[in-house]
Design a binder for this molecule. Structure first.
Ligand code: GDP
Ligand code: GDP
Length: 436
């Protein structure tokens, strides 16, 4: 089962973003320490009792040029559409307002479970503020304080009561799952059609629920692939058109189910801020990544153009330095047939497992050649290294003090591993653990 998606809704100023930050704050810090990855407030990952979940702060969705009332309505609709469960935040100090009522009535019409958090209940004397909120019919309201971090755990217990733990996570069915992501109009749908046009399509269907993208299965040389078209569900009305950012959510969903991600950019228009965000999420997801520069037919070129564009992509997506870049035209099918061999290659790297003694040799050699710099009076010492996971390849180095394992040295070891083994298109994670 994929991670549950939890959406936070409520009128402005009730404390949604404060609560969002509580839920994702620490986790964000742990997941990514590489500079240059763009984030926004809209979307994050949380963790509660060893279960991770996606969180959407619908208050972070800008819906421009709409009256406040309509914005709230659209945010609630997006939450209903996207989320598995909705946390409805109200302000205990204000009691029920007409805006709360509006939001509640939209939520009541949906079939999604709703947990209600009565925020700004900063101390126990204020508990009585919650009783009014029973009348919405969402069950027991939970008194919380976003700014003091009170009550959020109990509320999350209730959220997860709706999600029984599913044991059969992530089983490998041998199918290579490809997600195609990118901002609107870069040519994702056209690319998917182009890939499918050349292959033997097994099925192409819209999965039952609205939250799913369109999945198509096809086969080449005995390997089965599933391609997840995140654009397929687009154009479903005003809410979507109004929220460009929204494609990020769609992308995140697809990432979760993928082995490899095609990050599509528009060669004709160039790279814009939103591309950076999407690429950042692709990187953070830990999936194998290929950067696809589409619409290459429409670019006026000379013999330097591809090199210049490559340099620009490398500079803009510095954290994706491991990702191969493929220039294609989805419209004319040019070079599209080259994508699958690259997909196979990056998936191999993503799943690669090396014997421990080989890893150790590489790491210990690297350390001997270039010991970690001292930090004050202390120096990092590495005793031992091993691979602990694949997809992406994840290594643990056992050290005297994990605090001394700095970004630059991690980067050095990563480069050494990449030189020793051919890890194409996959991120590599290196974690430091204290040797006992
Ligand atoms: P949003 O518009 O719903 O995202 O609300 P914010 O998270 O931006 O919070 C609005 C204001 O309420 C800010 O000034 C917060 O500091 C404040 N706030 C948030 N949570 C609490 C809380 O639990 N108690 C109190 N007293 N203030 C809070
Ligand atoms: P999506 O929103 O990312 O799925 O983008 P679409 O596949 O709907 O394509 C958006 C627009 O770009 C359409 O008008 C396509 O015909 C056009 N387009 C897509 N791929 C190419 C391409 O390789 N070259 C050119 N010139 N146009 C393309």
């Amino acid at each position: 089962m994929s991670k549950p998606v939890v959406a936070i809704v409520g009128r402005p100023n009730v404390g949604k973003s404060t609560i969002f930050n509580r839920m994702v704050g620490e986790r964000m810090a742990i997941v990514e320490d590489k500079p240059g990855v763009t984030r926004d407030r809209l979307y994050g990952q949380g963790e509660w009792l060893n279960r991770t979940f996606h969180v959407i702060d619908t208050g972070g969705i800008d819906i421009v040029d709409e009256p406040l009332q309509d914005q709230m309505r659209m945010q609630a609709e997006i939450a209903i559409e996207e989320a598995d469960i909705i946390i409805f935040i109200v302000n205990g100090r204000d009691g029920i307002t007409s805006s709360d009522q509006d939001v509640a009535s939209i939520l009541q019409r949906s079939k999604k479970p709703v947990v209600i958090g009565v925020n700004k209940v900063d101390n126990p004397d204020m508990q009585e503020h919650i009783y009014d909120f029973y009348q919405f019919g969402f069950g027991q309201p939970f008194p919380i304080s976003g700014s003091h971090g009170i009550g959020i755990g109990d509320m999350l217990d209730e959220v997860f009561a709706n999600f029984p733990v599913n044991e059969e996570d992530e089983e490998d069915d041998g199918v290579i799952d490809i997600a195609v992501i990118g901002r609107p109009n870069v040519g994702k749908s056209t690319l998917v059609n182009s890939v499918l046009g050349e292959e033997r399509v097994i099925t192409s269907n819209i999965a039952g629920t609205t939250r799913d993208a369109i999945d198509s299965y096809f086969e080449q040389d005995g390997q089965e692939y599933r391609i997840i078209d995140t654009a397929g569900m687009r154009k479903r009305g005003k809410v979507y058109e109004n929220t460009e950012k929204y494609s990020v959510l769609r992308a995140m969903r697809a990432l979760e189910r993928a082995d490899v991600v095609l990050v599509v950019v528009d060669g004709e228009e160039g790279i814009i801020e939103q591309d950076k965000k999407i690429a950042g999420y692709a990187h953070e997801s830990g999936r194998a990544v290929i950067i696809v520069v589409n619409k290459w037919d429409a670019v006026e070129k000379d013999d330097r153009t591809m090199k210049e564009y490559t340099d620009k992509v490398r500079e803009t997506f510095a954290y994706l330095s491991y990702a191969p870049i493929q220039f294609v035209s989805a419209k004319t099918n040019q070079r599209v047939q080259k994508l699958l061999p690259i997909v196979n290659e990056v998936v191999d790297s993503h799943k690669m497992r090396m014997p421990t003694h080989v890893i150790n040799d590489v790491i210990m050699d690297a350390v001997a050649r270039n010991p970690a710099p001292t930090s004050g009076t202390k120096r990092l010492r590495i005793n031992y290294a091993t691979q602990v996971a694949t997809g992406p390849p994840t290594f643990v180095v056992f050290v005297n003090d994990p605090e001394l394992f700095h970004f630059s040295y991690r980067r050095y070891l990563e480069n050494q591993l990449r030189e020793a083994f051919t890890f194409v298109g996959t991120p590599i994670r290196i974690l430091a653990r204290k040797k006992n």
